[in-house]
Design a protein around this ligand. Structure first.
Ligand SMILES: [Zn+2]
Length: 126
């Protein structure tokens, strides 16, 4: 099962809707992601003083890193939205139709904004 590869990001996540530490898990996940983003940015900012061949390799590497960074930032934003919903007591509800999001879906994508029906009707997968 794959939601545009997002499931990979959540593979280590054990999910329980009634878990009072859900917020803590989100925050732990977020700080891990922030650290990851910082490490990627550090890698990206390394000076380019290599010869041409190495620069090409470095640029390809940078593209991979930029992709990773974008992915990481997207997940951070997803977690921020989920934390806001937890605060408001609307966590687990679809932000489009207001229906409860399927538990199995949440176990794969704890930060899911939309129920499977709304997600499949748009390009958005989270
Ligand atoms: Zn919905």
């Amino acid at each position: 099962m794959s939601y545009n590869g997002l499931s990979v990001l959540y593979i280590d996540w054990e999910f329980d809707m009634t878990d009072p530490s859900l917020e803590k898990k989100f925050k732990q996940r977020k700080s891990a992601l922030l650290e990851k983003a910082q490490a990627i940015r550090k890698d990206l900012s390394k000076s380019v003083d290599a010869d041409f061949a190495e620069q090409v390799t470095e640029r390809e590497n940078d593209e991979v890193l930029e992709g990773l960074l974008a992915e990481t930032n997207a997940e951070i934003q997803t977690i921020d939205r989920a934390l806001k919903r937890l605060e408001k007591g609307t966590y687990g509800l679809c932000t489009l139709c207001g229906e409860a999001i399927n538990g199995e879906r949440l176990s794969i994508l704890p930060g899911a904004d939309h129920c499977i029906k709304c997600a499949s009707q748009s390009d958005r997968r989270v």
